[in-house]
Design a protein around this ligand. Structure first.
Ligand code: FAD
Ligand code: EPU
Length: 334
C-alpha cells in the first residue's frame, strides 16, 4: 500500500540539502502502487524523485513528490559474450555497479560512485571517465502517465546525448522509469583513456576492480561528499564550440582546456572557464563554488535554492562576458 505524508520537508531528499517542503510525499515500490498514487493525485502536480542528487529546489512543491522505491537486481539472460541484468529504478546506482563488479560483469566500473538511483541514470545518460550509461544500456520499462501503462524503450528510443535523453526533452514529465536492463560483458574491455584515470592506474595491473577503485579515489579527491557539504555534482555542462571559436580562444588564452568531440566541435572544460573568471572557492552566505572543482556549486548549510540559482546566473554571465561562451545548467531546476 502506498504511504503518503503531508507537508514533508525535502531537506534530506536532495543532496544540495535545500530546505523546501512537499505538499505530499508518496512512496511506491511497483507499477501497481504507482497507479494507485496517480489515481489519488488526480490533477495535482507530480514529481518523481530518485536520490535527489541532480536537482535544485527553488521553492516548495505544491504537488505530490513520488519517491521511487522499485527494488531488485536480476540476471535476465546471458549469451556467449554478454549478461543482461535488470535493476529496479529505486536501487542505488553505485550499489548496482558494485554488485556487477562482484560478479565479474564488466562495463559499469568507470561509473563507480556516481550518486543517485538507477532510474535517473538513463534519464541523465550519466557519464564519467570516458563511459556513459548508453554504452551498456539495453532497454528500460517506464510507466506512461498519459496512457497509464508500462512501455518499453530501446536505446534508440531513449535518444541519448551528452547528459540528455528523450525523458529530459521531448517527453519530459510524461514517464516514470520503473526498471533498466543493462548489457554487460563477460570479457572486459578497459576504458582508460581519460587522463586522470590513466595517471591513477599507472603501474597497476588492469582489472574492472582496479578501475573502479581508481575512479573512486579520484572522485573522493575532487568532488565534495554530499553527506558533508551540499552539492549536486557538476552544475553546468561542458560546452561544445565550433573549431574556429576554439582556435580564436586558444590564441587569447593558451591554457584553455579542450577536447575534440566526435561531432566535429570542441568541448571546453567549463570548470576551467569558471575558475578563470575567479569563482573557484567563492562564497557568499552559505552558497559557494567548490574550492577544488569550480564546476560544482555548494551549499554550506543554509543556502536557499534561489541563492544558488542567482549565483549560477552570475557565473553564466561572467563566462559569457569574458569568453563569449554560453554555459548550460546540467542540474534540473525545480
Ligand atoms: P534525482 O536528482 O532524484 O532526479 C534527477 C531527475 O530525474 C529529476 O528531474 C527527476 O524528476 C528525474 N527522475 C528521477 N528518477 C526518475 C524516474 N524513475 N523516472 C523518471 N524520471 C526520474 N552525474 C554524472 O552523469 N556523472 C558524474 O560523474 C556525476 N557525479 C556526481 C557527483 C556528485 C557528488 C553528485 C552529488 C552528483 C553527481 N552527478 C553525476 C549527478 C547525479 O548523480 C546523476 O544525475 C544521477 O543520475 C541522479 O540520480 P538521482 O536518483 O539522484 O536523480
Ligand atoms: N578544470 C579546471 N578548474 C576546475 C575544474 C576543472 O581547470 O576548477 C579543468 C582541469 O584541467 C581538468 C578539466 O577541467 O583537467 C576536467 O575536469 P574534471 O576531470 O574534473 O572533469 P569535468 O569536465 O569538470 C566531467 C563531468 C563529471 C565527471 C567528470 C569525469 C560534466 C558536466 N561533468 O567533469 O560529471 O565525473 O567529467 O568524467 O560533463 C556530473 O555530471 O555531475 C559530473 C560530476
Amino acid at each position: 500500500m502506498m504511504v503518503l505524508n503531508e507537508n514533508q520537508s525535502l531537506k534530506s531528499y536532495n543532496t544540495f540539502g535545500i530546505d523546501v517542503s512537499a505538499r505530499w510525499l508518496a512512496r511506491f515500490a511497483s507499477a501497481d502502487e504507482l497507479g494507485e498514487v496517480v489515481d489519488w493525485a488526480g490533477n495535482r502536480r507530480l514529481l518523481v524523485l530518485g536520490g535527489g542528487s541532480n536537482v535544485l529546489f527553488t521553492g516548495d512543491v505544491d504537488g505530490v513528490v513520488l519517491l521511487n522505491e522499485v527494488k531488485g537486481i536480476q540476471l535476465l539472460n546471458e549469451d556467449e559474450d554478454y549478461v543482461y541484468v535488470r535493476a529496479g529504478a529505486g536501487e542505488n546506482w553505485n550499489g548496482l555497479v558494485q554488485y556487477c563488479i562482484g560478479r565479474d560483469w564488466a562495463g559499469l566500473e568507470n561509473l563507480s560512485l556516481i550518486p543517485g538511483n538507477v532510474g535517473a541514470a538513463p534519464m541523465q545518460n550519466i557519464g564519467a571517465y570516458g563511459v556513459e550509461i548508453r554504452d551498456v544500456f539495453w532497454e528500460l520499462e517506464a510507466w506512461s502517465l498519459e496512457e497509464r501503462r508500462v512501455k518499453t524503450f530501446t536505446s534508440s528510443d531513449c535518444e541519448f546525448g551528452y547528459r540528455e535523453s528523450v525523458f529530459k526533452r521531448r517527453m519530459k514529465g510524461q514517464f516514470v522509469i520503473l526498471s533498466v536492463v543493462l548489457r554487460l560483458r563477460k570479457e572486459p574491455i578497459f576504458h582508460t583513456s581519460y587522463g586522470a584515470l590513466r595517471e591513477e592506474l599507472a603501474g597497476r595491473e588492469l582489472s574492472i576492480r582496479a578501475i573502479s577503485e581508481a575512479v573512486i579515489r579520484i572522485r573522493r579527491s575532487k568532488l565534495p561528499d554530499p553527506a558533508e557539504i551540499g552539492n549536486a555534482g557538476s552544475f553546468f555542462k561542458n560546452p561544445t564550440v565550433p573549431v574556429a571559436v576554439h582556435e580564436e580562444l586558444k590564441g587569447k588564452y593558451p591554457g584553455i582546456v579542450a577536447y575534440p568531440t566526435e561531432g566535429g566541435g570542441v568541448k571546453l572544460a567549463a570548470g576551467w572557464l569558471i575558475e578563470q573568471c575567479g569563482w573557484k572557492g567563492f562564497r557568499r552566505g552559505d552558497a559557494g563554488v567548490h574550492a577544488r572543482q569550480a564546476l560544482v556549486l555548494v551549499n554550506y548549510g543554509g543556502a536557499s535554492g534561489g541563492e544558488l540559482f542567482a549565483l549560477s546566473e552570475e557565473i553564466l554571465q561572467s563566462v559569457r562576458l569574458k569568453f563569449g561562451v554560453e554555459l548550460e545548467r546540467e542540474v534540473n531546476i525545480l
